[in-house]
Design a protein around this ligand. Structure first.
Ligand code: GDP
Length: 614
């Protein structure tokens, strides 16, 4: 009997680029490229992939098949095509080619939107706090500030908007979604430390976004501060300081001692004037979502940055796949507003759902259109996520530890990953940074991406797909940890993206540093919080596992996400100080600088033990 094999030259394929939606099925794909569903299924079967005609295909499968028949395709997210229609319904004009910056140069002058970036510990948070406090009159009602993701400050009659999440994670997450929310980047470089890896990353991000950089050389109060060295390091990276005849503005500051802050603000105003930032302050408001979360009392809350027009209470808005009528607008002082114009960040109540940082928002003609657009988007987003999750690697993958040996055999290695993070923004930043690693010898394949703690399900999936689990600000719970040990699944947790990238690069060249296996030594559940005069907050706990020892390293977890890291300062049993408390007993754990624990949180103590590499 003759075995029917697929012959690619069966029929000509349509000419030109064919647009194919992710997660399409053989039934839909076939006819688009002049083939039948059976052709697709048969071909994939020959490649060792068993799929049915109505099953969603991974990107790899679609590409493999279309390459085989010589069709030129462009993969789009489901809904991308529909998005054009939705925009029309909302009354948004598509941006024309000669209007690249979205018509940035029409309308009245608007405040600049500024993002602070730089290496960890160089003083970004301190600087943001300093600028913010400069304007707050202490003791007044207005002295209460709210962290809503951005704030505005006044200087010499000019208003400036600062994005309140330092670092490039947020910036990258926005850009990854096509949103440009920043006009100027303040690059903070500690004068005693100089340019470091994350400073370099920040420079690349600012350049990629074509955003002007103002350099704040911080910590000049330090004895070992060496601003000259920073200047030469900048010059080496093509950021030639003005004092050296270049055009990079640098300002020496001390966020700690409040030196040079006014000068920095003045320079930011100068740059903003040079950029001639303008936006219409009337008409349909549009902008970008900076942050969004679910508030138990108030429902979905989103901080929106208005970019065009004026947003008013009562407006029907669509933000990503959420919609609603604006119930209230709240500014960074917690005050209610009736409207918000260009460059103004506002917290919005009244949306149907939580949206994603980087989502666009726009005022719709009416509520009916708003809900229709949001529902359609939600449908397509679901489709897209199905496509991504079925996009598990074709063929086997390798774990971080054995990726090097796989490369050495000369095969193209695939590193299968499951990525979990505490919030959507960091998840996107994480995938974005990983995707950029792009090495020829290694392909990264995301088996799954999600927000939340590392669960048993994740471990099961990792075991099944031979993947490494990467946690960003999240940890496995006990069950997940036990299953991982049993199934030999590698879980790596990080709190700094740079460290993760470093590990992966090291793994690729076979130089993964000795692994420190973390051994969890004790686990306690918070039952109650007591305030003790002169001592502060004490968490009344029940030890559920192992032994809690005074002085051990500890982390606090809420729903699997790490909310604090440090050491146990004090440990008590029946009001007596004690050295350790074993499983099955109650104890009081003193909280030093972190006081924000709630009943139900988990306190986990651990030790690092070096594991010899095989
Ligand atoms: P970030 O990680 O970049 O946000 O850095 P932080 O703002 O958290 O600052 C890291 C540490 O440096 C903190 O202990 C700050 O108090 C300290 N710091 C920040 N700015 C200055 C400064 O101008 N001078 C000195 N001496 N210390 C500073």
């Amino acid at each position: 009997m003759e075995v029917a094999t697929y012959t690619p030259e069966d029929a000509p394929v349509p000419e030109g680029v064919i647009v194919i939606e992710r997660a399409t099925t053989p039934q839909e794909l076939g006819p688009k490229v002049s083939r039948t569903a059976a052709d697709v299924v048969r071909f994939l079967m020959q490649q060792g992939e068993m799929v049915t005609a109505t099953q969603s295909l991974s990107d790899d499968m679609i590409e493999l098949f279309t390459a085989e028949i010589g069709a030129e395709i462009r993969l789009v997210d489901p809904g991308e095509e529909q998005e054009v229609e939705l925009k029309k319904m909302l009354g948004i004009e598509p941006i024309s080619d000669d209007d690249e910056l979205g018509g940035a140069d029409i309308g009245p002058i608007r405040p600049p939107v500024i993002t602070v970036m730089g290496h960890v510990d160089h003083g970004k948070t301190k600087l943001l706090d300093r600028i913010r406090r400069a304007n707050v009159v202490e003791g007044e009602a207005g002295g209460i500030t709210q962290h809503i993701g951005a704030y505005q400050t006044e200087h010499n009659g000019h208003t400036l908007t600062f994005i309140d999440t330092p670092g490039h994670e947020a910036f990258t997450a926005m850009r990854a979604r096509g949103a440009q929310a920043t006009d100027i980047v303040v690059l903070v470089v500690a004068a005693d430390d100089g340019i470091m890896p994350q400073t370099e990353e920040a420079i690349s991000h600012a350049r990629a976004a074509d955003v002007p950089i103002v350099v704040a050389i911080n910590k000049i109060d330090r004895e070992n501060a060496d601003p000259q060295r920073v200047l030469s390091q900048l010059a080496e990276r093509n950021l030639v300081p003005e004092s050296w005849g270049g055009d990079t503005i640098t300002v020496e500051i001390s966020a700690l001692e409040n030196l040079g802050i006014d000068d920095l603000l003045e320079q930011l105003i100068v740059v903003s004037e040079l950029e001639d930032l303008r936006a219409p302050d009337d008409g349909q408001a549009q902008g970008v979502v900076l942050e969004s979360h679910l508030d138990i009392g108030r429902g979905p809350v989103a901080t929106l940055l208005v970019q065009d027009g004026t947003l008013c209470v009562g407006d029907p808005v669509v933000a990503g796949a959420a919609w609603g009528r604006v119930r209230a607008l709240i500014d960074d002082h917690g005050e209610s507003l009736t409207e918000a114009g260009p460059s103004r960040p506002v917290q919005v109540l009244g949306l149907s759902d939580v949206c994603d940082a980087g989502d666009e928002f726009v005022v719709a003609p009416n509520e009916k259109v708003a809900s229709r657009v949001a529902d359609t988007r939600e449908h397509w987003q679901r489709q897209a996520s199905i496509g991504r999750e079925t996009s598990s690697a074709l063929g086997g993958g390798a774990r971080l530890e054995d990726i090097f040996s796989q490369i050495q055999t000369g095969e193209a290695a695939t590193l299968n990953l499951i990525a979990k993070a505490d919030v959507n923004g960091s998840l996107e930043a994480l995938t974005d940074s990983l995707n950029k690693l792009g090495r020829d010898e290694v392909k990264l394949a995301f088996v799954h991406r999600g927000v939340g703690g590392i669960s048993e399900n994740d471990v099961q999936l990792a075991a099944a797909s031979n993947a490494t689990i990467i946690g960003f600000n999240v940890r496995p719970d006990r069950k997940a940890r036990e299953l991982a040990e049993q199934e030999h699944v590698e879980i790596r947790s990080y709190e700094i993206i740079y460290n993760l990238i470093e590990d992966i690069e090291a793994a690729i060249v076979g130089m993964l540093a000795p692994e420190f296996e973390e051994v969890v030594t004790g686990e306690a559940e918070v039952r109650e919080i007591f305030r003790v005069p002169r001592v502060g907050a004490i968490a009344g706990c029940y030890v559920t596992n192992g032994v809690i020892t005074r002085g051990s390293k500890v982390r606090f977890l809420r729903d699997g996400a790490v909310i604090w890291n440090g050491e146990i300062a004090s440990l008590r049993r029946f009001k007596e100080d004690t050295r350790e408390v074993a499983s099955g007993f109650e104890c009081g754990i003193g909280l030093s600088d972190f006081q924000d624990l709630k009943p139900g949180d988990i306190i986990e103590t651990y030790e690092d033990r070096e594991v010899p590499r095989s």
